[in-house]
Design a protein around this ligand. Structure first.
Ligand code: ADP
Ligand code: F6P
Length: 460
């Protein structure tokens, strides 16, 4: 009986990350859409997850977490500095998000990126047996598909880009653009969040490599390379069930009581990242307060911000800017026992997060650019009574599917003010109609639909 192919996931992040030091060190769930999407997939399919613990140094030996074999890849402090902080998050992250911060090009970082990608490729090759399926993820590991194919040509290799893929005008800035394109073309299937991202890639591959063909079917090095868009999603049923859990409902009620029972609750949940549009959102809310469209007595904005990439200068700057803005707004508009903006900089458990989604009348998800944004889909999945209004940036991948959200351009201050005001005033029937349609989209196109779509195309 031929052995069913195993699934090997390869990502910079493991599903859990090591936080704290010495006796205080512990594992916590890694933040980010990649882990939120892939965790239920591996739970369902079983398999191996190759990734970095998030802490420099030797790192733990392989271990089992439920039915997933965890294979840690060690990164030195230098790797963390040059591969992760440098090339991944000061070059690729800003460049792939409309250059909302100026990407930096550093040859030392590139050297570390090549070296660490080779280490991930070797780890994947060791974990995979003939005919297995290897699914490589995201901008940290764009060279792995080609490197892995060199090591083990008999594998099925898929690559999925969780972040946007930029147009030629931006991608062409990259001194190593041809290396990156060739690295990705080592996959049998390259997946993106949107059609636009897929077309950007195929156009660039034809422009800067010998690849020929259409946007969805390329030929490169005598091999077929398929490209497709597979919008990532969430475990709708898990979020829906949690939102109905009696204890979570009680927690949500307690949140509302503590915020002020009569107050409307406007919520935002993001990693504290400069691509998330938090400054623009606070400016719009400040204007609503200044024009007395809302008052701290009747409405409160809650910004939950997950610490992320703290050592990077642009992340220290966005944190300082957000915390300054929150202080300024509260200085102007708070009253005793009534803050205008609550700001919580911390990681929450899944249950705590769902209680906030249940407690919120309006959800602001207004990134300047975002591959998808799973928070938007999670909020929708938690609105079990069809109440609630989602305000969503047109520049989030999720806006392609969540058409019945209140769509907004986060750079348009008047538009943002009007959108939040519209959301707060929307009558219950219109809100319920919209939310019911949003829920049917996310329920149908959940994370299983996404994974089966991608893996089905990869193994076809
Ligand atoms: P990104 O991948 O850029 O972080 P997404 O919105 O796609 O953006 O994914 C964010 C993920 O992180 C979501 O699954 C969300 O549930 C999770 N998350 C966001 N804020 C927190 C928090 N404070 N604590 C724990 N998880 C969080
Ligand atoms: O989901 C997009 C993403 O960039 C993932 O690749 C990444 O794991 C996550 O956001 C969080 O970023 P980091 O891994 O740097 O904490």
């Amino acid at each position: 009986m031929p052995k069913r192919p195993s699934l090997i996931v390869v990502a910079n992040r493991l599903p859990v990350r090591r936080v704290g030091a010495g006796a205080g060190a512990r594992w916590e769930r890694s933040p980010g859409g990649l882990v939120s999407a892939m965790e239920p997939v591996l739970e369902q399919f079983g398999g191996t997850w190759v990734g970095w613990s998030g802490s420099p140094g030797r790192g733990p030996r392989p271990f089992w977490a439920d039915n997933v074999r965890i294979v840690p890849v060690a990164l030195s402090r230098r790797d963390e500095e040059h591969f992760y902080n440098g090339m991944s998050n000061r070059t690729f992250w800003p460049l792939y998000h409309d250059a909302v911060r100026t990407p930096e090009f550093n040859r030392q970082w590139w050297g570390a990126y090549v070296e660490v990608n080779r280490r991930f490729a070797r780890a994947a090759a060791r974990a995979a047996r003939r005919g297995d399926v290897v699914w490589v993820h995201d901008y940290h590991l764009q060279l792995v598909p080609a490197m892995l194919r060199e090591l083990k040509p008999d594998l099925r290799i898929g690559f999925f880009m969780h972040v946007p893929f930029p147009p030629e005008e931006l991608f062409a800035w990259l001194p190593w653009r041809t290396d990156i394109l060739r690295g990705l073309l080592g996959a049998d299937l390259v997946g993106f969040q949107t059609q636009a991202a897929m077309q950007n890639f195929s156009r660039l591959a034809r422009r800067y490599t010998t690849a020929v063909g259409t946007d969805s079917e390329l030929e490169f090095g005598g091999r077929a390379v398929r490209c497709g868009s597979f919008p990532v999603s969430i475990d709708f049923d898990a979020f829906d069930a949690l939102a109905r859990d009696a204890e979570v409902v009680r927690d949500a009620e307690s949140i509302r009581q503590r915020l002020g029972a009569r107050r409307r609750v406007v919520l935002s949940v993001d990693r504290l990242d400069y691509t998330k549009g938090i400054e623009q959102r606070l400016s719009a809310y400040a204007e609503l307060l200044a024009t007395r469209e809302v008052s701290a007595d009747r409405c409160v904005l809650v910004q939950i911000a997950v610490p992320t990439r703290d050592p990077l200068p642009d992340y220290a700057r966005i944190r300082a800017s957000v915390e300054h803005a929150v202080g300024r707004i509260n200085g102007e508009h708070a009253s005793p026992g009534r803050v205008a903006v609550h700001y919580f900089r911390r990681s929450l458990t899944r249950r705590e997060l769902v209680a906030w989604y249940v407690a919120a009348d309006v959800m602001l998800v207004t990134p300047l650019r975002d591959g998808m944004n799973l928070v938007a889909k999670e909020y929708v999945a938690c609105r079990t009574d069809n109440s609630g209004v989602l305000v969503l940036s047109e520049f989030a991948g999720a806006a392609r599917e969540l058409r019945r959200a209140v769509l907004v351009n986060p750079r348009d201050l008047d538009g943002m003010v009007a959108a939040i005001s519209h959301a707060l005033k929307m009558d219950a029937d219109e809100a319920a109609q919209n939310m019911s349609l949003l829920r049917s989209v996310v329920r149908r196109h959940d994370v299983r639909f996404w994974a089966e779509g991608f893996l089905g195309a990869l193994t076809a």
